[in-house]
Ligand binder design. Structure first.
Ligand SMILES: *[C@@H]1O[C@H](CO)[C@@H](O)[C@H](O)[C@H]1NC(C)=O
Ligand SMILES: *[C@@H]1O[C@H](CO)[C@@H](O)[C@H](O)[C@H]1NC(C)=O
Ligand SMILES: *[C@@H]1O[C@H](CO)[C@@H](O)[C@H](O)[C@H]1NC(C)=O
Ligand SMILES: *[C@@H]1O[C@H](CO)[C@@H](O)[C@H](O)[C@H]1NC(C)=O
Length: 343
C-alpha cells in the first residue's frame, strides 16, 4: 500500500499546481512563453508579474494570461503585437507608467475581448483612450492629464460599473450627455479633483456613488437629483458651495445614505432626509443649529413613534463652523441613532 499512497500524494501536488482548471499543454505553453523580464508563478499560472522592473516596453504576454501586473515601469507605448496572443486577459494593471494617447496602438485595448479591469492611473493620457473593449467593468484613469472624453467612447460598454477619473483636467464641457452616453450600468463615478464648476450632466440613473470633491462647484440645480434616483454616496467636499447656490431641499433624496459637504461655504444646514446615516458639514460657515428645524420629522411625533420613522442619522460632523456648544437638546432628541457628533 505504501507505493500507491506515495503516488496519490504526488498526484495531489500536481492537482494543486493546475488548480486553475488549466490543461497541462496550456500550462506548459504559458510557462514557456514567460518573458525573461517577468515572473510567472507555477502555482498561479494565469498571472504574469512584470511590475517594478524599469521596463521601457511591454514584453509579449503569454497566451493564457488572465492577470497582468505591469505597474511601476517606464512604459511609453502599447503595441498591439504584445497582447496579440493573450486573448484571455481579464485584469491589466498599467498604473504608474508613461503612457500617452499616441503611445497606445489603435486596437491594443479592444483586442482584449475579455478584459474586465483596466487600471491606468498615473500615466500621461490627455484623453480617455478609445476604442475600449465591451467587456470592461472597471476603468481607472486617475491622475492623468485627461481633458477630453471622446463622444461615444462608452457606447456598448454595458458592463462598465466603475469609472475613476479623479485628478485630471476635466472641465464642464468635457462631461456631457454626449461624452457619457452608453454608461447604462454605471454605479460609481469619481470626478474628484478636476476643474468642474457645475454639477456634471449626463450621468445615468443607475449612479449610486458620485464623488466630486475638490472641484469649483458653486451651485446645484434644484432638480439635479431627480434623474439620479439611486444616489446613496455623494461627496462634494472642498468645493465652493454656499447656501445661496444650494436649494434647501436639494439633498432630500430618499436613497441617500452618506452626504459629504466639508470645506464649503454653507451658512445653513440643508434639509436632512430621514434615511441619511452620515453627514459631513464641517468647515463651512454655519452659525447656528436648530434641532427642530433640522429634524426630518416633528420631534413631538417621535415620542410615540414607531422605529421606522426615527431618522437614521448616526454620524454628524459640524466642527470648523461658527457654532457654539452645547449641542441643542432637540438635536439629540430627534436623531436617536446618533453615535457620534463632532462640533
Ligand atoms: C503567438 O503564438 C504563436 C504560437 O504559439 C507564436 O509562434 C507567435 O510568435 C506568437 N506571437 C506573438 C506576437 O507573441
Ligand atoms: C423630504 O422628502 C420627503 C419625501 O421624500 C417629504 O415627505 C418631506 O416633506 C420632505 N421634507 C421637506 C422638509 O421638504
Ligand atoms: C428653532 O426654530 C423654530 C422654528 O423656526 C423656532 O420656533 C425655535 O424658537 C428655534 N429654536 C431655537 C432654540 O432658536
Ligand atoms: C424599537 O427598537 C427597539 C430596539 O432597537 C426595540 O426594543 C423596540 O421594541 C422597537 N419598537 C417598536 C415599536 O418597533
Amino acid at each position: 500500500m505504501a507505493l500507491p499512497q506515495k503516488f496519490l500524494f504526488v498526484l495531489c501536488l500536481v492537482g494543486l499546481v493546475f488548480s486553475q482548471d488549466m490543461p497541462y499543454e496550456e500550462f506548459l505553453a504559458q510557462i514557456q512563453a514567460c518573458p525573461s523580464e517577468c515572473s510567472c508563478p507555477q502555482n498561479f499560472p494565469r498571472a504574469v508579474y512584470c511590475d517594478n522592473r524599469g521596463l521601457k516596453s511591454i514584453p509579449r504576454i503569454p497566451p493564457y494570461t488572465w492577470y497582468l501586473y505591469m505597474q511601476n515601469n517606464m512604459i511609453e507605448t502599447l503595441p498591439l503585437d504584445a497582447v496579440q496572443n493573450a486573448t484571455q486577459l481579464r485584469w491589466v494593471n498599467l498604473n504608474r507608467n508613461k503612457i500617452t494617447d499616441k503611445g497606445i496602438e489603435e486596437d491594443f485595448l479592444s483586442a482584449m475581448t475579455h478584459l474586465a479591469h483596466l487600471y491606468m492611473d498615473d500615466n500621461l493620457l490627455s484623453s480617455v483612450p478609445s476604442p475600449l473593449p465591451d467587456s470592461l467593468e472597471h476603468l481607472r484613469l486617475s491622475r492623468n492629464r485627461i481633458s477630453k472624453i471622446p463622444a461615444g467612447v462608452f457606447v456598448g460598454l454595458e458592463k462598465l460599473n466603475l469609472l475613476d477619473l479623479q485628478g485630471n483636467k476635466l472641465m464642464d464641457d468635457a462631461v456631457t450627455e454626449v461624452s457619457l452616453k452608453g454608461l447604462n450600468n454605471l454605479v460609481q463615478i469619481n470626478l474628484a479633483k478636476n476643474q468642474l464648476s457645475r454639477m456634471p450632466l449626463g450621468l445615468p440613473p443607475t449612479t449610486t456613488q458620485l464623488y466630486l470633491d475638490g472641484n469649483n462647484i458653486e451651485k446645484i440645480p434644484a432638480d439635479y437629483f431627480k434623474g439620479l434616483p439611486k444616489v446613496a454616496f455623494l461627496r462634494l467636499n472642498h468645493n465652493k458651495l454656499g447656501s445661496s447656490g444650494v436649494p434647501k431641499d436639494v439633498f432630500n433624496i430618499s436613497s441617500i445614505l452618506d452626504l459629504q459637504l466639508s470645506h464649503n461655504q454653507m451658512t445653513e444646514i440643508p434639509i436632512i432626509p430621514s434615511g441619511l446615516e452620515h453627514l459631513h458639514l464641517d468647515h463651512n460657515k454655519i452659525t447656528s443649529v436648530n434641532g427642530s428645524n433640522m429634524c426630518p420629522v416633528s420631534v413631538d411625533s417621535l415620542d410615540s413613534a414607531q422605529n421606522e420613522s426615527v431618522p437614521r442619522l448616526q454620524f454628524l460632523r459640524l466642527d470648523g463652523n461658527e457654532i457654539n456648544p452645547p449641542i441643542p437638546r432637540d438635536v439629540v432628541m430627534c436623531f436617536r441613532l446618533l453615535r457620534s457628533i463632532v462640533i
